[in-house]
Design a protein around this ligand. Structure first.
Ligand code: PLP
Length: 432
């Protein structure tokens, strides 16, 4: 099946001459799967439409934010209304407090928060607060986890950094990462060891509670609770990076899903409803250390932008409707089980992980995938073939074996069954 990508390819070649790789964020370039990217014209509900007029069932959802599906009329109207009142004032607005109230209600560990413009800003700022509050420099992160592109976090990071095989980016001085300690995901002993070596120096642990940047690898509950206990023992802060999982794996985020209480939380993606927003927050005594109440500096020209706040506020309100997360989880489970059965029928070794409304597929003979090392054992070449088959069948997955898939409320049995049938056709042509 050949895709007609005439217009996409034309636009891609124009883009290549003025933007590195023709894109504004690396994974979009399709380097992880080969071929050239689709250029998108519009999106609606569970579908995106490329410039060549083909519709695709979208499991990328702008890399997470579009949990209500694309073009939700209430979000669109809220944005239009806000736009008519002016795009940005750089002064306080009521809607910032309304969003903040909603977030503190949905995630009780967040007593106070600050809005920023991206997930990267959220994690950078949370780590600065953690360091300022504890007076310590070192942080622990996990191999395969991605927390945005700040220098000291681009150490064995996932996402584009994994896809391109440059876990540590050139341009990051060694001096800037010397305080970043890297441990193994779901391996508490590796964390204990670092605390024993540096009992008084570790400011914080930062973790993706369901890692979504090395495909989809949920943390084990006892692992997260073990991290909480280690932080308490050694006076470090636990930062849960919920940029991806917040309002996705559950309304209260992964901290609710796993029943673990962080000191600080990072948010992004869904909180902006598709507009550029991030946030970080947590214990009031820590957040009060931020300027202007405290000495730790953090600021932003467009932070709390009224248009972005309107999109986020409307999105969060809609997600509070009873039954939304049960429905999302059921849809994800139906997809995951359907894919597993299809693979099994044709003897294709496949592991499917999922949590709430995020999922990941791994072509591997292992029984389970719980760590970065497990992810690295997967058959990437087979994934690439699968990817292009699914694309030709009108299913848009993340163009990388190291990214999670996202379900939206607008995906129905029709889209899910089409996805399973398309995968089944691929599996039936493999010789396992
Ligand atoms: N943290 C996590 C867990 C993420 O998945 C991402 C982005 O995918 C980020 C942080 C960075 O967010 P942004 O791309 O908005 O800077």
């Amino acid at each position: 099946m050949m895709l007609n990508k005439f217009k996409s390819e034309k636009l891609y070649h124009q883009a290549l001459s003025v933007m590195p790789g023709g894109v504004n964020s690396p994974v979009r370039a399709f380097n992880g799967v080969g071929g050239t990217p689709l250029f998108i014209e519009r999106a609606d509900g569970a579908y995106i439409y490329d410039v060549d007029g083909k519709a695709y069932i979208d499991y990328v959802g702008s890399w997470g934010p579009m949990i209500l599906g694309h073009n939700d009329p209430d979000v669109a109207n809220a944005v239009i209304h806000a736009v008519h009142n002016g795009l940005s004032y750089g002064a306080p607005t009521e809607i910032e407090t309304k969003v903040a109230n909603l977030v503190t209600q949905l995630m009780p560990s967040i007593e106070m928060l600050r809005m920023v413009n991206s997930g990267t800003e959220a994690t950078m700022s949370a780590i600065r607060v953690a360091r300022g509050f504890t007076g310590r420099d070192k942080i622990i992160k996990f191999e395969g986890c991605y927390h945005g592109h700040a220098d000291y976090l681009l150490v064995k990071a996932g996402s584009g950094a994994l896809t391109f095989g440059h876990p540590t980016s050139p341009g990051v001085p060694n001096d800037f990462v010397k305080h970043t300690l890297v441990c193994d995901y779901n391996n508490l002993a590796s964390v204990k060891q670092q605390f024993e070596q540096y009992p008084n120096d570790i400011a914080a642990i930062i973790i993706e509670p369901v890692a979504g940047n090395m495909n989809c690898v949920p943390a084990k509950k006892e692992f997260l609770h073990g991290l909480r206990a280690l932080c308490d023992k050694y006076g470090a802060l636990l930062i849960i990076d919920e940029v991806m999982t917040g309002f996705r794996v559950a309304l209260g985020g992964a901290q609710d899903y796993y029943d673990v209480v962080p000191d600080l939380t990072c948010l992004g993606k869904i909180i902006g409803g598709g507009m550029p927003v991030g946030a970080f927050g947590g214990r009031a005594d820590i957040m009060q250390q931020l300027a202007p109440t405290g000495p730790i500096y953090q600021a932003g020209t467009l932070s709390g932008n009224p248009v972005a706040m309107a999109a986020g506020y409307t999105t969060l309100n809609k997600l509070m409707d009873v039954g939304v997360y049960q429905e999302l989880t059921d849809k994800t489970a139906t997809l995951a089980n359907g894919l597993k059965i299809a693979a099994k029928t044709h003897n294709v070794p496949l592991v499917v992980n999922y949590a709430g409304a995020m999922f990941g597929l791994f072509f591997t003979t292992a029984d389970e995938v719980t760590s970065y090392q497990d992810v690295m054992q997967c058959n990437i070449e087979l994934f690439k073939k699968f990817y292009h088959h699914m694309l030709a069948e009108g299913v848009y997955l993340a163009p990388s074996a190291f990214e999670a898939g996202f379900m939206s409320i607008k995906h129905t049995d029709r889209e899910i069954n089409h996805t399973i049938d398309a995968a089944n056709r691929f599996f039936s042509n493999l010789n396992f």
